[in-house]
Unconditional design. Structure first.
Length: 79
């Protein structure tokens, strides 16, 4: 009797294991992740009290495509 119930328990456990949905996350593209890093670096840096503008310039091949453009005219630590 115990042998049959343990087999039934194993079968139910395996059934639940295979029916469990697997969670996937979308990976960020490399250059979007780099643009987010740059934005957070600027946001968490202590800057002087007066208003300043930071220009990000890319020299050479522009692999960032539109990722840096999304940061255009974006303010950080706005009061």
């Amino acid at each position: 009797m115990k042998y049959g119930s343990s087999i039934l328990g194993i079968i139910l456990s395996l059934g639940l294991l295979f029916l469990t949905p697997i969670a996937y996350s979308d990976a960020l593209p490399e250059f979007r992740l780099k643009a987010v890093f740059l934005y957070n670096f600027i946001a968490y840096t202590e800057w002087p009290d007066h208003h300043i503008t930071i220009n990000l310039c890319i020299y050479g091949d522009n692999s960032f495509e539109n990722e840096i453009d999304a940061l255009n005219e974006r303010s950080v630590n706005a009061q």
